[in-house]
Design a protein around this ligand. Structure first.
Ligand code: SAM
Length: 418
């Protein structure tokens, strides 16, 4: 770094004396940034200059707040927000986030897509894909499938298909040494080269999946040129059909954020191919049960295509979902609930994505909502049946009201432990 940065090096070194910057990005699928500023439960500490909806929260535990449980924001390192901002206007597009867990950039892309188009969030590591799936659910994203597959197997399924492929690659993490000190002992020159070789393979897979006129957004959180500028140069030599649109490197002594690198690459020429649509499975009895539930539960009927699995789980699949046969699917649009052959039982995801449209809502204050989040039963004078429990008007999950008592249906794994 001393060689690379020259006279800037002392300032770079000094930046390591300052604690890492926290970042918060408002989920504009649920609330505007302006409205969130008005209601912010802790000081927001100013806007991230390069991210429209990003802030520097002045709070030790912003993840423990009821608004976080309601998916009003995502905690994302400020520099990482630059990547989503550099992605072109992606609403109505077919978008693939190839290395997506835990979901910072997926949820940022989803906000920008405003529910239009289709977002495929992929994470090769299944355990991490589950966390990604939970974050997609909490943010109430309806136009996303979460899958777990290796990049080469996806490339075989989706040649020339996507308008935008985001490769937020696994890297040597030099830019995160302050935030994640565990990455320091793992660093070695060999590891940098190993990461670069892996990124090269992932980028080649991404190149195959981009349609003519489409883009790859490539990013890392490292300073190593082998993984950043040289990686991009090398890619452009192998792929003459691509051109560099933009490249940006964020250094912690120059911005209020950690280290990050991002490049936007455009595919100038090639093919555009469509794939078969997702093979919807319909089940008339299950759909009748869902419609009966919906009439009682929603103010307006939901629009979209219902898909019912053999075990009775039912999904609302967004328009334009491609066939995902052959990959492991963790989430397909919004899980609506489960039909057991007799009755329909709604799922938590339904409340998070469509809960604001429910007839019966129990609006709790921020203080009261702590009890719901801890799994407690509540008392309320509501009509009998399923209801959506909210912090103010923002859904937190489901409850079932019987005789003035609201039974808590927040999934156990999502409850607050203390
Ligand atoms: N985009 C994510 C976000 O904003 O929250 C962070 C992604 S992280 C930098 C890189 C991800 O790539 C990790 O989740 C890791 O499991 C995954 N990964 C590791 N090896 C991979 C490979 N060979 N192909 C694709 N992804 C891989």
């Amino acid at each position: 770094m001393k060689e690379r940065l020259g006279s800037d090096f002392p300032a770079f070194l000094a930046s390591y004396e300052v604690p890492p910057q926290r970042g918060l990005r408002v989920n504009t699928l649920k609330i505007s940034a302006e409205e969130f500023c008005r209601r912010a439960p802790f000081p927001l500490g100013g806007r991230v200059p390069w991210a429209e909806d990003g802030f520097y929260p002045e709070e030790e535990k912003p993840g423990a707040d009821p608004y976080h449980f309601a998916g009003l924001y995502y905690l994302q390192e400020p520099s990482a927000m630059a990547v989503g901002e550099l992605s072109a206007d992606c609403s109505k597009m077919r978008v693939l986030d190839l290395c997506a867990a835990p979901g910072g950039k997926t949820t940022q892309l989803a906000s920008r897509m405003k529910g239009e188009g289709v977002l495929i969030a992929n994470e090769v590591n299944y355990a991490r894909a589950k966390i990604l799936s939970q974050n997609v659910e909490r943010m109430g994203i309806a136009n996303c499938a979460v899958i777990s597959a290796a990049p080469d197997s996806l490339a075989a399924l989706f040649p020339f298909y996507f308008d935008l492929v985001l490769v937020d690659a696994p890297c040597s993490g030099e830019g995160m040494f302050k935030k994640e000190p565990n990455a320091i002992p793992e660093w070695s020159e060999e590891n940098v080269l190993m990461c670069a070789a892996r990124q090269r393979e992932i980028l080649d897979c991404a190149a195959e999946m981009v349609s003519a006129g489409g883009h790859i957004v490539y990013s890392t959180c490292t300073f190593a040129e082998e993984e950043d500028e040289w990686q991009v140069e090398d890619f452009l030599k192998r792929h003459r059909e691509f051109a560099l649109v933009k490249e940006e490197k964020l250094y912690p002594h120059l911005v209020r954020g950690e280290g990050h690198f991002c490049a936007v690459l455009k595919k100038k020429e090639g093919e555009t191919r469509r794939t078969r649509p997702f093979p919807i499975v319909r089940n008339a009895q299950a759909e009748r049960a869902f419609h009966a539930f919906g009439e009682d539960f929603f103010l307006e009927p939901l629009k979209g295509t219902l898909h019912t699995l053999a075990d009775g789980r039912m999904y609302l699949v967004p328009a334009g979902m491609p066939n995902l046969a052959g990959v492991s699917i963790l989430r397909l649009g919004v899980e609506l609930g489960e039909w057991d052959g007799k009755i329909f039982k709604p799922a938590h995801a339904l409340a998070m994505a469509f809960g604001t449209g429910a007839k019966r809502k129990l609006s709790l204050t921020r203080a009261e909502s702590e009890r719901y989040l801890r799994g407690e039963t509540l008392q309320a004078e509501l009509a009998e049946g399923w209801c959506v429990v909210c912090v103010e008007e923002f859904p937190l999950g489901l409850g079932k009201c019987v005789g003035g008592t609201v039974k808590n249906h927040l999934p156990k794994g999502l409850r607050k432990v203390k």
